[in-house]
Design a protein around this ligand. Structure first.
Ligand code: AMP
Length: 521
């Protein structure tokens, strides 16, 4: 019986394997090509960043930041080593030598920590101080217990020992970093850090790569998932930019022949009192009226983020939400005409859309244009792209006032949808070279090199096989052709090419075989 696998990919993560990875590569290659034709260049930001960046950019009250980030402390140095030593200290022996050594270690840590807090090396926050006081008391207590003799006081010493270890393990020594849950914040950080406001505007960047959110995994929802996104930063906020960004995503999906892509758009105004802020007040008032009929999540959001109530998928809330005030009736004149122009610009580009007044982004710096694209074959997780305008974000992160708009495509879902529609790739090989005999092997090796140089996918068996077995193998690998090289073929230079789909075969001169197979591929 096979052993049960000892290690498995962590829940919510997965291995992407051939032949599926071929489709991933095709999708990514197509993105590069299409985005390139719109003048976008690639940015590759790091995968981990300061936790604070996302707390600020994405928002502390969002699920992403409050529950889903993989964050950890990035400490290194002697303080951290001392902490590890204390944390890993072996369980107590009733031995004076041991207890004194431990006490010495604690004292060193205490002195070093105090200096660290004073110099600012350890963040000077309340928690550090509270910990420091608690810890100092703990040490005094421990020392007092020890003075009564290790033998008589064993249980108390043991308890204090464990508590001190736990306390030390819990102290934060270094900055918190996290695996990125999205990349817009990183791109804006990089824009500021590299002074891209000096570059010719607008700066157009695209990225692709893994994102991390601790979500409940299901079909189309993973903890490590991949996004392909783009941002336009700086320059004007002409509505033509919004339309062109959307046109680009649709062109990309079109090139991939994604089935049933549905674009929805909305305008969420801007944060002025006579625009979104006024609307949010109206919405809040209307929500308070119907509060008792709403679920717990929506009830909570009335106070924290009323716009998010419009996102609700709960069946019984739908009829209630339909009757709520709509943002279109509250937009200020500027936002109204901006929205009208975005729609006109989409029409000019022949991009079909549906308006959805419930499409919101719950963060203050999102403004005006928001959009989402859904695709077929994905069940409830059917959004493959979300985007919007975010003119306030760069400034929020400490940069100059900067116009911005962008989107993120969920690559996993895009791929799922392409596969559901039968658009997966059958990998395989173009040519399987079946050879027998030493001379044939030399010819086969040379042929493989030439075929590969011509871009064909070639399988060359490393050891001799009977032709029957080789052809079976070629079939299993999904090869299109088998090139058969035996002593006869080598001698006559007339090679046998067999088309595996129908079993037909013909003789082709060795010199002409590359051209022949390239044509047939
Ligand atoms: P967001 O960054 O939340 O606006 O998401 C943009 C797109 O990323 C969504 O439309 C999804 O296609 C995709 N996405 C977001 N979260 C996940 C996840 N946990 N697993 C897979 N795809 C995701």
């Amino acid at each position: 019986m096979a052993n049960k696998a000892k290690f498995q990919a962590i829940k919510g993560t997965r291995d992407l394997l051939p032949p599926e990875t071929e489709l991933w590569n095709r999708v990514e290659q197509t993105a590069r090509e299409v985005f390139g034709t719109f003048g976008f260049g690639e940015i590759r930001p790091p995968i981990f960043e300061p936790t604070e960046l996302f707390a600020r950019a994405v928002g502390g009250e969002t699920d992403i930041v409050s529950k889903e980030m993989y964050s950890f402390e990035d400490a290194r140095g002697d303080l951290q080593e001392m902490r590890e030593m204390i944390r890993n200290y072996a369980l107590p022996a009733t031995d004076e030598h041991w207890t004194n050594a431990f006490l010495g270690l604690l004292r060193n840590f205490q002195t070093r920590l105090e200096a660290g807090i004073r110099s600012g090396e350890v963040e000077h926050h309340q928690e550090a101080h509270a910990f420091y006081d608690y810890f100092s008391q703990g040490i005094t207590h421990f020392q007092a217990e020890l003075s009564h003799g290790v033998e008589t006081n064993k249980p108390e010493i043991d308890r204090t020992f464990r508590l001190l270890k736990l306390a030390v393990a819990g102290v934060t020594l270094g900055p918190s970093v996290c695996l990125r849950p999205e990349a817009t914040a990183s791109v804006c950080r990089a824009y500021i850090e590299h002074g891209m406001q000096q570059w010719p505007a607008p700066v157009k960047l695209y990225y692709m790569g893994p994102m991390f959110r601790r979500e409940r995994p299901q079909k189309g929802r993973y903890r490590q998932f991949y996004q392909i996104g783009a941002e336009v930063l700086g320059g004007t906020d002409a509505p033509g930019i919004d339309a062109e960004v959307i046109e680009m995503v649709m062109a990309f999906f079109g090139r991939l022949e994604l089935q049933g892509a549905q674009l929805e758009i909305n305008s969420i105004g801007h944060s002025a009192p006579n625009c979104r802020r006024g609307y949010v007040e109206k919405l809040k008032a209307a929500l308070v009226e119907v509060k008792d009929k709403l679920g717990a999540d929506s009830q909570r959001r009335i106070a924290t983020n009323p716009l998010r109530v419009l996102d609700s998928k709960l069946e019984h809330e739908q009829a209630i939400i339909e009757k709520l005030p709509r943002i279109a009736d509250s937009l200020c004149d500027d936002c109204k005409s901006y929205y009208a122009e975005v729609k006109r610009q989409l029409d000019l580009r022949g991009v079909a859309y549906r308006e959805n007044w419930r499409l919101v982004r719950g963060l203050d710096y999102y403004m005006r244009t928001t959009f989402e694209i859904t695709a077929q074959g994905l069940g409830s997780q059917n959004a493959v792209c979300g985007g919007g305008r975010y003119d306030g974000l760069v400034e929020l992160l400490g940069g100059p006032p900067t116009k911005g708009i962008g989107f993120a495509i969920g690559e996993d879902r895009l791929i799922l949808s392409l596969q559901e529609a039968g658009g997966g790739t059958a990998t395989g090989r173009d040519v399987y070279i079946a050879w027998m005999g030493e001379k044939a092997q030399a010819t086969a090796i040379a042929a493989a090199r030439k075929l590969r140089e011509a871009g064909l996918r070639v399988e060359l068996p490393p050891v001799e096989q009977k032709f029957g077995k080789a052809l079976g193998q070629a079939d299993k690998l999904g090869a299109k052709f088998a090139l058969i090289l035996g002593e006869d073929e080598v001698a006559s230079r007339e090679w046998t090419v067999k088309r595996l789909a129908d079993g037909t075969q013909e003789k082709v001169n060795g010199e002409a075989v590359v051209e022949f197979l390239k044509r047939k591929k």
